[in-house]
Design a protein around this ligand. Structure first.
Ligand SMILES: [Ca+2]
Ligand SMILES: [Ca+2]
Length: 347
């Protein structure tokens, strides 16, 4: 209609009108063909991407809700993985995904563990707050691990997404190839194995520090003098503390030292167990080499161990844990000052 009015007012001859209409129709046809070709191509690409060892991020949801001034919310969704590498005998894995933002790393999330599968469907979402200033130099890291009850968890692969490359106006949902993990900025702090046993009737919590391995070397000569601090907090207040012996000049110490604490059934829900590894130094201050905490609001592997202990009363449950930095644990846990007069009053 508009074109007619336009045409009439200029008194253009008939043949010109037909030519214009023909051109418009031709243009529309060309556009349609282009869109169809593009759609088909995309579909093909997506199928290709679903091949080996991929993980689907549905996605890296990048919502720029400005809750506070200059703080953004980033939601990372882990949807599913397919054709993961088999890490266990029998040709399967027990995959789970760890998600964090580098270099901040103050919050590390983990998905649930899926037993004996190479095609897990996670469907979990994790939200991070990122300041505007650190946004451009931050990377979202998603690491896929194979859970092992009695051994170190094997890394299957990882994905890194530089947040500076993210289009903040859209939700990104895509498959990506898992790659070999980057070692450089990911400081390996070593692992610690300990067993937990809780007897509700007697109100006794027993922690046996078994061994640690691949600890960081803090002293010249590539060694450390590690000891382990076992600390309990009640309602996030420092409560009780014990230490193992010091093992000289090693990064793979063996302790097998047992500590029993009085923790009533009523208290166990409110307790945090903090395990930290320290390097003993005669002259200077002792250095923290790594830390983790367990409790009802712990996450991932630590929560699993705590839950296993509670659901298996009177039975010791041993498990390996990867150590985190003290700063990382402290910022999550935020313990308050010591409870005064320790055991003098019932709490
Ligand atoms: Ca496994
Ligand atoms: Ca030392």
């Amino acid at each position: 209609l508009t074109s007619n009015i336009f045409v009439c007012s200029l008194a253009v001859p008939d043949w010109a009108i037909y030519t214009i209409i023909a051109c418009v129709i031709l243009l529309i046809i060309i556009c349609c063909v282009c869109i169809c070709v593009k759609c088909c191509k995309n579909k093909k690409q997506k199928q290709n991407l679903k091949k080996d060892g991929k993980i689907n991020l549905p996605g890296l949801f990048t919502k720029s809700d400005k809750i506070l001034k200059n703080v953004f919310q980033l939601t990372v969704g882990i949807k599913k993985a397919s054709n993961l590498k088999a890490m266990d005998i029998g040709g399967t894995s027990d995959p789970y995904v760890k998600v964090y933002i580098c270099p901040d790393k103050s919050k590390t999330y983990e998905t649930k563990v899926f037993r004996r599968t190479l095609n897990p469907v996670f469907n979990e979402r994790f939200t991070f707050s990122i300041s505007k200033s650190s946004l451009l130099k931050s990377t979202a890291v998603m690491k896929v691990f194979d859970f092992n009850r009695f051994g170190k968890h094997d890394i299957i692969g990882e994905i890194r997404v530089q947040l500076s490359n993210v289009d903040w106006n859209h939700v990104i949902e895509e498959w990506q190839d898992l790659v070999e993990p980057a070692k450089f900025e990911d400081e390996e702090l070593g692992d610690i194995c300990f067993s937990l046993r809780y007897v509700p009737t007697a109100g006794k919590l027993t922690v046996i520090i078994l061994e640690a391995r691949n600890l960081k070397s803090m002293d010249v000569g590539g060694y450390s003098d590690p000891y382990v601090k076992v600390q309990l907090a009640l309602d996030k207040r420092k409560w009780k503390k014990r230490k193992t012996s010091i093992k000289k000049k090693t990064v793979n110490p063996y302790y097998n030292e047992s500590f029993t604490f009085d923790v009533s059934f009523e208290q166990i829900q409110r307790v945090h167990l903090v395990i930290s590894v320290w390097d003993h130094d005669k002259v200077t201050k002792n250095d923290a080499m790594g830390k983790i905490f367990l409790g009802c609001d712990a996450s991932g592997n630590q929560l699993r161990h705590w839950a296993d202990m509670l659901s298996n009363p009177r039975r010791p449950v041993a498990q390996w844990h990867s150590l985190l930095t003290a700063a990382q644990v402290n910022s999550t846990l935020r313990l308050k000052k010591k409870i005064p007069l320790l055991d003098k009053f019932p709490v």
